[in-house]
Design a protein. Structure first.
Length: 230
């Protein structure tokens, strides 16, 4: 599996763990507000980090680090994902998988095989606005609902999260998201910020007041709703 980015330390991306982050390339979505446009659109032009470098670092930091986040791009597109996750587990690391939930069968098999300890699924928007927010005309929202339903059943520790964009989200959207994700274990809102490597243009963050209101809306149906900003 080709790794295009390697963040050697994070204290916030894997709850309860001190972790490293591995970034895969390619994605089946084209979210216009995506902050990793190069990884999504042109992964073949991005540098590839040698496995020896990654695993040598992980072995040296064992005991200081106890988790690895596999993110993207969209990791579930990688044909050798399971083999790579197995290697991480063999090194004694807990594994968190970030996914957009559009390949529920892959996510489920990773859980059933004991290859992941935590899943973070991005909830792009209400179902009616999912396609435009994901940048994928004809998106099959039943796959999103399947992934949400599976996580809500509690097969693995998880979180749901939405990156909030002023131009793409509204009170009505979060009312619908709250119903769709009713009873979720944890839900995080993240404020959009322009990294300079964005697929689309002219997107802006919501106001602090908007974010507080969206949190209140979600808390009607979800007990643990928090703001996660960096």
């Amino acid at each position: 599996m080709q790794i295009h980015g390697f963040q050697k330390l994070t204290l916030v991306d894997f709850p309860g763990r001190v972790a490293a982050i591995l970034f895969t390339g390619a994605c089946n979505f084209r979210c216009p507000f995506c902050q990793n446009a190069s990884l999504v659109l042109h992964p073949d032009t991005e540098p590839v980090i040698d496995d020896d470098e990654i695993f040598s670092y992980l072995r040296k930091r064992k005991g200081m680090l106890d988790g690895v986040v596999v993110t993207g791009g969209e990791p579930t597109l990688q044909p050798d994902l399971f083999g790579y996750l197995s290697r991480l587990k063999e090194e004694g690391y807990a594994v968190k998988l970030d996914t957009n939930g559009y390949r529920p069968d892959v996510m489920k098999e990773a859980v059933r095989s004991g290859l992941v300890d935590y899943i973070a699924m991005d909830i792009k928007n209400s179902l009616g606005r999912y396609a435009v927010t994901a940048g994928l005309p004809g998106l099959d929202t039943s796959l999103i609902e399947e992934s949400i339903g599976y996580l809500l059943e509690g097969h693995v520790p998880y979180e749901l999260r939405t990156t909030v964009v002023h131009e793409l989200h509204s009170d009505e959207d979060f009312e619908e998201i709250g119903q769709m994700c009713r009873g979720a274990a944890s839900f995080y809102l993240q404020t959009f910020s322009d990294s300079g490597d964005i697929i689309g243009k002219n997107f802006t963050p919501p106001s602090a007041e908007d974010m507080e209101r969206y949190i209140r809306i979600l808390r009607k149906t979800i007990g643990n709703v928090s703001l996660r900003d960096r």
